[in-house]
Design a protein around this ligand. Structure first.
Ligand code: ASP
Length: 409
């Protein structure tokens, strides 16, 4: 029998995980073989994520430092900055507008009664964050002792420190040639280890999806069906139509070509619900399969994993309108504009970990006076929604790196 390619094995793992999870869903999960399968899936899925996270910090650090050092050498750094940040803001703005449009057209929550959720909301205590305080803590979080940032896997702070190192390497020129070479070799070495971990990807993804679907509470999904359908539908629309369209218009790359190169990262993001954990896979996909130059990929992808979140920004905006519908609040145009801005800030500030968007959601709700406790309604369904939005977050980063590369030519 011919050996199946990694991509095919990952696809098989995804399908098997979904089927197994759905089969286990109606069974009691605390006894007998279902409990053993859930236990095994938790263990294997956790191991897969741990391995990715083990490689994440050295990879982010070396990719950015080496990437910037090599870019500066070509005096392109300013353009890369401009195009990258420009694309991030543009694509998130489009995503938010899509979320808004869907919320206005389908009006999810209009026919639901808030009293349904009363007890959930009462049990939920939230601390408040204003947009100003949030922005302030975001800015303060940028410059951190690098050893602390590395130890705590604080990706944003690592990115910033690596940017400094990269720029210093260029400024110092020949003098630091050995350090640059060391970092370069260390990056290659880490990528080699990523390729080993990828052999576990089919099993890891299967395990994560089995556990997710087997343990999801279905009762609430029923009540919230319309909202879930609107969110998943619009997120997929952004990911399957708008992002590929932007990519095609700028680079001429077809969606099929993109999908073939990107699917390992998209499926890993779907299963792990974490842009950060997926980062080693994302980098590998864009460099090896989509042929983005390492210095561009090494810059755009790690930065995008923490800053650029199309799926999250779309969700934050649509969910705020959903809560407004549910509580019978009419948001006027100014308030909707505030939601637009805070949703983008919330997505930029959310770290690439599971359900991070839920934490920053509080700020979006509070910015227009909606009850923050209402996230208690969204939390039970978040694990399901996080899958698709994380995939689209990662897709946005990959599309961004291809577009930036094209614009530089
Ligand atoms: N899980 C998302 C990510 O890692 C963040 C979020 O929206 O919760 O990209």
């Amino acid at each position: 029998m011919p050996k199946l390619s990694l991509n095919v094995r990952i696809a098989i793992g995804t399908v098997l995980g979904i089927i197994l999870g759905l089969l286990l869903q109606p069974l009691p999960k605390d006894v007998g073989f279902p409990s053993q399968i859930v236990f095994g899936s938790t263990l294997i899925g956790g191991l897969f994520i741990d391995l990715l996270k083990m490689l994440l910090v050295p990879l982010v650090f070396t990719s950015i430092a080496v990437g910037v050092a090599n870019l500066r050498a070509h005096s392109q750094i300013q353009q890369v900055w401009r195009y990258t940040l420009g694309f991030f803001v543009f694509s998130m703005a489009v995503a938010i507008l899509v979320g808004f449009s869907a919320a206005h057209i389908f009006e999810p929550g209009k026919n639901l009664n808030i009293s349904l959720f009363h007890s959930a909301m009462q049990q939920h205590a939230t601390t408040s964050i204003t947009p100003a305080a949030f922005a302030q803590s975001l800015v303060h979080g940028l410059f951190v002792n690098p050893f602390e940032a590395l130890a705590k896997a604080n990706v944003l702070a690592i990115v910033i420190y690596a940017l400094f190192i990269g720029i210093a390497l260029v400024a110092g020129g020949e003098r630091y040639r050995n350090i640059l070479q060391l970092l370069q070799e260390f990056q290659e070495l880490t990528l080699r280890m990523v390729s080993w971990v990828m052999h576990l990807a089919p099993l890891g993804i299967m395990a994560l999806l089995t556990k997710l679907l087997a343990t999801q509470d279905l009762a609430l999904l029923g009540v919230m069906l319309q909202f879930i359908a609107v969110i998943i539908g619009t997120t997929l629309f952004h990911g399957a139509v708008l992002l590929p369209l932007m990519l095609y218009l700028v680079t001429g790359m077809t969606p099929w070509h993109f999908w073939k190169g990107a699917r390992a990262a998209l499926l890993t993001a779907f299963a792990t619900s974490s842009s950060s954990a997926t980062l080693p896979v994302t980098l590998r996909c864009v460099e090896q399969h989509l042929h983005v130059k390492p210095e561009i990929a090494g810059f755009v992808i790690p930065l995008g994993a923490t800053l650029n979140m199309d799926g999250t920004s779309l969700y934050e905006a649509a969910a705020a309108l959903f809560i407004a519908n549910l509580t019978g609040v009419e948001l006027d145009l100014t308030q909707q504009f505030i939601v637009f801005l805070t949703a983008m800030l919330a997505a930029i500030g959310a770290p690439g970990i599971p359900s991070a968007g839920m934490v920053t959601m509080v700020m979006v709700l509070q910015s227009v006076g909606l009850p923050a406790e209402a996230i208690a309604i969204l939390l039970p369904i978040d694990r399901i929604l996080d899958t698709v939005r994380t995939s689209v977050n990662v897709e946005g980063d990959m599309v961004g790196s291809l577009i930036v590369q094209k614009l530089l030519r």
